[in-house]
Design a protein around this ligand. Structure first.
Ligand SMILES: C[S@@+](CC[C@H](N)C(=O)[O-])C[C@H]1O[C@@H](n2cnc3c(N)ncnc32)[C@H](O)[C@@H]1O
Length: 568
């Protein structure tokens, strides 16, 4: 689940909270202090930045009065995005965001509680998740449809049980033992609920982080004296750990720690078992224009403030203008937005036969179907085999065949093929979302060892625009300036050398680019997203095909636009 939303002043809140939290003796006292707020998750502080692509132009209005631009100047931008450093240091730097058991000091632990866990201690927040019917139906069906094969007489671990719902379902599906782990005081409510629903003889609630607790396996008879302390006795891990764009909140790290310590490697099942992140160009000019208008209004308002303060109080605030404007730009133009989009927002649709052209490796059952869709896959995870490295974000295009075979890959390049005669509306930005599947094991070890099979028509929890409401919605990344295909290409370089063979049918516009998703330095549960894109007009040698060939000719291309968005 996913804690929202925006407040310009969350950093301030955060400072207040950290101050208060340091004075507190136990983390669990926070909810009782009545100061926990979901907005605390917004506490990403602005920092200095780097620009990754030297050839790129920035999607911002950073041109100065003297005509120079702050774009690409490491000191001028407001978002820290030093991918190289993050890549090198993250592993050594304790990539598990959550707390004890990993040598975290008290201050870091308290900060994590303040920013992340406090909201989960509140019932109204748990209720937001419990009333997300698409989420609930998916987990319920996945557990109940596979009760006989996967849960009956099995040992189940629920990582992050919250109010206890998944643990109760696992018990009702026939599990002989369910361990329900919850860090916050919500554990007390879970205990109560589990008792009142008559499954307390099966479910044991343990309060603590899954990283730091020890399951009472010996006491419960799952470890014998001669088992040499091998704790791999769990048959199924159920968990709802997903955040915006799948990875936000970084709770998956904790689930993987539990998997590696407790799940039977040969036959153990993960519920969910596979996860996929998608990207699509969208049209939603209303929202894009609202952002631009709000940004313009904020800047106008600042200048009115300057004048009034100078006139009335004889102090000139001009020197702070750049900082203020940067702050507003980051907030209105470089922050992703929660959206409930629909198919109407897709730029490409199956009906106009513009198909996705990128060459995604064939590891997913759905690859062919996806090629008929107006979106592309940018990451896939097999929860049985992925590593902590895989959970850190999206960094490139995985080429290692073994990784691809294992079902864990990043595919951060996109290439959307557009028929310029059919797509005349403006493109307002990109949107991203995820699915999780509840499938049988697809890794070699699981297959060889005949891990229990789930039903063939497996359950998918889909948070995309076609599926209606989920509390995850989609993350939208709006451009400052919309893409208008024909207008933009008219201004692009090239155009004069069009070959004779050019026909309307053979011209395609490719919206190409790259996306990166990476944890912020300040808070490992939050992510920044960097997107670069440009248009290429291509004359295809085979007009009926949209896939690339060596004989295709690029006739025009626009500059690369790059923007970094905070995902809050
Ligand atoms: C998204 S909620 C899901 C709650 C519940 N399973 C459900 O489906 O309604 C995730 C829960 O996991 C808990 N949690 C997150 N990380 C944890 C960790 N490392 N150890 C124990 N609990 C954790 C949170 O406090 C929160 O209650």
């Amino acid at each position: 689940m996913k804690i929202n939303h925006s407040s310009m002043f969350s950093s301030l809140w955060f400072l207040v909270l950290v101050f208060l939290s340091l004075a507190a003796t136990t983390p669990s006292s926070f909810p009782l202090m009545g100061i926990a707020s979901p907005s605390l998750l917004l506490s990403v502080s602005a920092a200095s930045a780097k620009s990754g692509a030297t050839t790129a132009t920035c999607d911002d209005s950073s041109t100065e009065d003297d005509g120079s631009s702050s774009c690409g100047n490491p000191d001028a931008d407001a978002i820290e995005l030093d991918a190289d450093v993050d890549v090198i240091t993250l592993v050594e730097d304790d990539s598990i965001p959550s707390l004890n058991g990993y040598g975290k000091d008290e201050q870091t632990k308290t900060k994590d509680f303040a920013e992340y866990f406090s909201a989960y201690a509140e019932l109204h927040h748990q209720k937001d998740m419990l009333t997300d019917t698409h989420r609930m139906d998916s987990y319920y069906r996945a557990i109940m449809d596979n009760a006989g094969t996967c849960f009956k007489n099995k040992v189940v671990l629920d990582v992050g049980t919250g109010s206890g719902i998944l643990a109760i379902w696992a018990a009702k599906a026939g599990a002989k033992k369910v361990y329900a782990i919850e860090y916050t005081d919500m554990a007390n409510n879970a205990r109560q609920l589990i008792k009142d629903n008559g499954v307390d003889h099966i479910v044991t609630v343990i309060q603590g982080t899954v990283e730091s607790i020890t399951l009472p396996l010996m006491e419960d008879g799952f470890l014998s004296a001669d088992s040499d302390g091998d704790e791999h006795v769990v048959d199924v891990i159920v968990s709802e750990w997903m955040g915006y764009m799948l990875l936000r909140e970084s709770m998956l790290d904790s689930v993987l720690v539990a998997r590696d310590r407790y799940l039977k490697p040969e036959t153990g099942l993960m519920f969910p078992s596979h996860a996929t992140i998608y990207l699509a160009p969208i049209k939603d000019e209303q929202s894009r224009l609202d952002n631009v208008r709000d940004y313009d209004d904020a800047v106008q308002d600042w200048y009115a403030f300057l004048e009034a303060t100078s006139n009335n109080y004889k102090v000139n605030y001009e020197t702070l203008s750049d900082n203020f404007i940067q702050e507003q730009k980051d907030f209105y133009l470089h922050t992703s937005q929660w959206k409930e989009l629909s198919d109407q927002n897709f730029v490409l649709s199956t009906s106009n036969s513009d198909v996705f052209d990128a060459d995604v490796p064939e590891v997913s059952d759905n690859t062919n179907a996806q090629q008929q869709q107006p979106y592309t896959v940018i990451k896939e995870l097999d929860l049985s085999t992925c590593t902590l490295e895989d959970t850190r974000g999206i960094f490139g295009r995985t080429t290692d065949p073994e990784q691809i075979h294992k079902g864990n890959y990043d595919w951060n390049e996109f290439d959307f093929v557009i028929d310029p005669l059919k797509v005349t509306s403006a493109i307002s930005g990109f949107a991203s979302w995820f699915t999780t599947d509840f499938k049988s094991r697809t890794d070699d070890m699981g297959i060889q060892n005949k891990a229990p099979q789930l039903k063939d028509n497996y359950v998918t929890l889909d948070t995309g625009p076609s599926q209606g409401y989920t509390h995850w919605g989609q993350q939208a990344f709006y451009f400052k300036d919309a893409i208008r295909i024909n207008t933009d290409l008219k201004q692009a370089s090239g155009g004069k050398n069009s070959p004779k063979g050019r026909t309307k049918d053979s011209v395609r516009v490719h919206l190409k680019g790259k996306i990166e998703l990476m944890r912020t330095k300040e808070n490992k549960r939050l992510y920044n997203v960097r997107i670069e894109h440009h248009l290429e007009e291509i004359i295809h040698s085979n007009p009926t095909s949209t896939t690339s060939s060596d004989n295709d000719i690029i006739t025009r291309q626009t500059d690369v636009i790059e923007a970094v968005y905070k995902m809050i």
